[in-house]
Ligand binder design. Structure first.
Ligand code: SAM
Length: 162
């Protein structure tokens, strides 16, 4: 499997955590909508260096997370160790990996543009079929608007070819 070179290099060469260690705003939204009153399963797709995955684990969720970047996975593990929580983090390519069990929350920030256009429907169907009843899909994605900037890396799958 090839690493996503842009973020692999960014994470490897960053002095600390490129994205920082504080959770995204969307974590707080998830927390307010589905608080971990019981142990809820969450998967963070394209978890980067793990700030959100580790935050969820610290809150008491049962967290799985994956990213294509080895450095991102390693940094997620280190962040979890530091916080003394467990995150089931592993390396995977969103184009190859399919969910095979249900999650209460499927969470994704800034990764769906890496899905190959021809796999989009299949992967979304896979996610839809693995959200638990009364569960939540929390997705934050780039959209094609003239007033919104493009992601920094020159990814060929940003938007459907016209
Ligand atoms: C904009 S960053 C977002 C990281 C994280 N979600 C966050 O909010 O901190 C995009 C992430 O997608 C990962 N990525 C790129 N291509 C991927 C792929 N094919 N499968 C899984 N992750 C991928 C990158 O390594 C990077 O960590």
């Amino acid at each position: 499997m090839e690493d996503a070179t842009f973020y692999e290099n960014v994470y490897k060469n960053a002095e600390g955590y490129y994205w920082g260690v504080n959770p995204s705003h969307m974590c707080l939204k998830v927390l307010s909508l589905l608080p971990p009153d019981k142990r809820l399963k969450i998967i963070d797709i394209g978890c980067g260096e793990g700030k959100d995955a580790v935050f969820f684990a610290r809150c008491g969720y049962d967290v799985s997370a994956f990213d294509i970047s080895s450095s991102g996975v390693d940094k997620t593990k280190r962040l979890a160790d530091k916080a003394q929580v467990h995150v089931n983090v592993f390396k995977a390519d969103i184009n190859d990996y399919r969910l095979d069990s249900d999650y209460d929350i499927i969470y994704q920030i800034g990764v769906f543009h890496y899905i190959k256009p021809e796999l989009r429907d299949e992967i979304m169907d896979n996610y839809k079929s693995h959200v638990s009843d009364n569960g939540l899909a929390a997705f934050f994605s780039f959209v094609e608007k003239p007033f919104i900037g493009l992601p920094p890396e020159k990814e060929e799958y940003f938007f459907p070819k016209k």
